[in-house]
Design a protein around this ligand. Structure first.
Ligand code: PLP
Length: 386
């Protein structure tokens, strides 16, 4: 008889996927605002590079860490855009940012170790930590604190088993940027307690209104104890290309490369060629930021006009984390009933942490007109329900 492991049976069902699947099943004029996967195409030069790679039969394996030229393109972008002292040897290309998270946590934590994860957070960190046999220790970044975790909260969560702190700024699901004071405070504690920090920066290029961004990776005390996770997925709207990367201390990059040999062999080769184009000087992504910013304004203004819903703000990315507490519904009831009665799919806040059952996440995955329609339906739903 087949017997599945406790590891895989212990995975929590994913609420975002459940809502996404239900939206697909219902079909018709459902407006699906679940997954962080907007309908905007990648830049034309990047698509052309991917097609050219396929035509040229660049469709075999590459080195486990990725093509030298693609790793160099990533490193060069990091040097010129962010002033980081990075070479191709500090970079491994992975199957999406998800590949980086898995391979990193698998390389950094032993069973029983603890990983500190501020919530609300993208579900993957918690599940992968559990898959590694380690223990996720969540720390709530509450709305009343601007969804920002305080260094004191992190300090209080540290035990002798703590190995890693995950920092995700800009954050999924809140769309908030972690402010400088918090970033510096977390870095100081990590250095003092000899902890490793994973900085997930996949939304870094999508910050609005010139809000200042400080990466924890760039603080001097983080040298040798911090990695960056990033990807082409959100920055260039290339989620399906499955191309992410890690920049980190060489022993980590080397171990992840060895692990990759046994897990994926390499990131998809046509996508590596596309990444060379994406991170090259020809690529212009200003249209993406303009489009998401316009959608953001529609969502923020629209939500604020609905009595019973509240939304503080969106600094970055394409998410709004909306407070629904005044409706008296928990987040699952809200999301399931909204989908059934108004055919709008959103994600219950509970997916992102147990303290966030008063929220829903809206992803700006469709055009401004469709978003206006979705908010109109949301307003109708809340009016009827309250
Ligand atoms: C914070 C964060 N990191 C990583 C990812 C995954 O990125 P990728 O599609 O490159 O695996 C997501 C996807 O939504 C995310 O929100």
């Amino acid at each position: 008889m087949m017997k599945l492991t406790k590891r895989v049976l212990g995975m929590s069902p994913s609420l975002p996927r459940r809502l996404f699947d239900m939206a697909k099943e219902i079909g018709g004029d459902v407006i699906d605002l679940t997954l962080g996967d907007p309908d905007v195409p990648p830049p034309a030069n990047v698509r052309a590079a991917a097609c050219a790679a396929i035509d040229a039969c660049h469709t075999r394996y590459s080195q486990n860490a990725g093509l030298q030229q693609a790793r160099e393109a990533v490193a060069a972008y990091q040097r010129t855009q962010y002033g980081r002292d990075v070479t191709a040897d500090d970079v491994i290309l992975t199957v999406g940012a998800m590949g980086s998270i898995f391979q990193q946590l698998f390389s950094l934590v032993e069973p029983g170790d603890e990983v500190i994860i501020p919530t609300p957070c993208w579900v993957n960190y918690v599940e992968v930590t559990k898959l590694c046999g380690a223990v996720p220790v969540t720390v709530p970044a509450l709305e009343k604190n601007g969804f920002s975790v305080s260094p004191e909260q992190i300090r209080a969560a540290i035990t002798p088993r703590t190995r890693v702190i995950v920092v995700n700024s800009p954050n999924n699901p809140t769309g908030r940027v972690l402010r400088e004071e918090a970033v510096r405070g977390i870095a100081a504690i990590a250095a003092e307690r000899d902890l490793f920090v994973i900085s997930d920066e996949v939304y870094r290029s999508l910050v609005y209104d010139g809000i200042p961004y400080l990466s924890i990776f760039d603080l001097p005390e983080m040298k040798g104890r911090c990695s960056v996770i990033d990807a082409v997925s959100k920055q260039f709207s290339m989620t399906g290309y499955r191309l992410g990367f890690t920049i980190g201390p060489r022993p980590l990059v080397e171990m992840m490369t060895r692990l990759q040999e046994n897990v994926n062999a390499c990131a998809p080769l046509p996508s590596q060629y596309a990444a060379i184009a994406a991170y090259g000087p020809e690529t212009d992504t200003s249209y993406l930021l303009r489009e998401y910013d316009a959608r953001r304004r529609i969502v923020v203004d629209g939500i604020r006009s609905v009595p019973g819903l509240s939304l503080g703000g969106v600094d970055a990315a394409f998410y709004a984390f909306v407070n629904i507490s005044a409706t008296g519904m928990d987040s699952q009831k809200f999301a399931y009933e909204l989908l059934k009665s108004q055919r709008v799919a959103v994600v219950p806040g509970l997916a992102y942490g147990e303290d966030f059952d008063d929220f829903i996440r809206i992803a700006f995955t469709v055009s401004g007109d469709r978003l206006r329609e979705a908010i109109g339906r949301l307003g109708e739903f809340v009016r009827r329900a309250t």
